[in-house]
Design a binder for this molecule. Structure first.
Ligand SMILES: Nc1ncnc2c1ncn2[C@@H]1O[C@H](COP(=O)(O)OP(=O)(O)O)[C@@H](O)[C@H]1O
Ligand SMILES: [Mg+2]
Length: 252
């Protein structure tokens, strides 16, 4: 028999936490995403950029199970999850935020997070989990407040708390920072970095260039559904095709 530790150790490090292989999505005749591949390891932040209409959200939806790819595969720790529903993916450790956050307005901040904490826990344990997550995102003093009363910065943090209560290994963040004022942006950036440092793999779409360039280990730039450029932030930021794609775009 071969030495089991050495063998399984190398096999484990060779399998990415999350992987997309040649994923394409077609809406009628429109090729919204064409042949996109990516890999993600624990603690890594992968940034997805591209002008409006590039296919970022559609790719996100394909990676998280909200649309079915027309071709290609999606793997979680080497397991093919291409056809799994979002709920089943959540149980396996994947969670996502939405570009437009949508809390249950009538529920309190705590109750919103509890709904998510019930995925893995019940009763008092779920409540403890929800409080711990609110603490982590700096919302514990708002636990009893109706979600509808939160300002935008706190709604974004509530959205993050809800996904963290699902105890993910892979987190997908769709524009969690765009629209926030600079101090609130800085808070979110700090939170996201902490989450990666604690071992989560993170895929994020973000429109604010300096934010995504500062946070990401690896950047994928899409345009018209296709891969335009990828690499470390500096390489992608200076890529002539990327610069050209962004010329004339309004910075929001
Ligand atoms: N559900 C849908 N049905 C048809 N076309 C869609 C749908 N969602 C997105 N699209 C189209 O796919 C393309 C990519 O959109 P999207 O993924 O939202 O881009 P991004 O997030 O990069 O702005 C756009 O041309 C958009 O109009
Ligand atoms: Mg989008």
């Amino acid at each position: 028999m071969t030495a089991p530790t050495a063998h399984s150790g190398s096999a484990q490090s060779a399998t990415p936490l999350f992987e997309a292989q040649n994923v394409s999505v077609t809406f009628g005749g429109l090729k919204a995403v064409q042949n996109i591949s990516l890999t993600l390891r624990p603690g890594e932040i992968l940034g997805l950029i591209g002008p409006n209409g590039a296919g970022k959200t559609t790719l996100f939806n394909a990676l998280t199970g909200f649309v079915t790819p027309s071709s290609g595969r999606v793997l979680l720790s080497g397991r093919d999850i291409t056809r799994l529903q979002p709920q089943a993916r959540a149980r396996l450790g994947m969670a996502r935020t939405f570009q437009v956050e949508r809390p249950f307005e009538d529920l309190s901040v705590l109750e919103n997070v509890l709904v998510a904490a019930f995925l893995h826990h019940s009763g008092k344990k779920a409540e403890d989990k929800a409080y711990a997550v609110l603490e982590r995102v700096g919302l514990s003093d708002r636990a009893a407040q109706p979600a509808a009363e939160l300002n935008l910065a706190r709604r974004r943090r509530l959205e993050l708390a809800k996904v963290l209560a699902l105890e993910p290994r892979v987190l997908f963040l769709d524009e969690s920072i765009a629209g926030l004022n600079p101090p609130a942006q800085a808070e979110m950036v700090g939170l996201i970095r902490e989450l990666a440092d604690s071992g989560l793999g993170i895929v994020m779409v973000e429109h604010i260039m300096h934010v995504i360039m500062g946070l990401s280990n690896h950047i994928i730039c899409m345009a018209f559904g296709e891969l335009l450029a990828e690499g470390d932030p500096l390489t992608v930021a200076n890529h002539p095709d990327v610069i050209r794609a962004y010329l004339g775009e309004d910075d929001d």
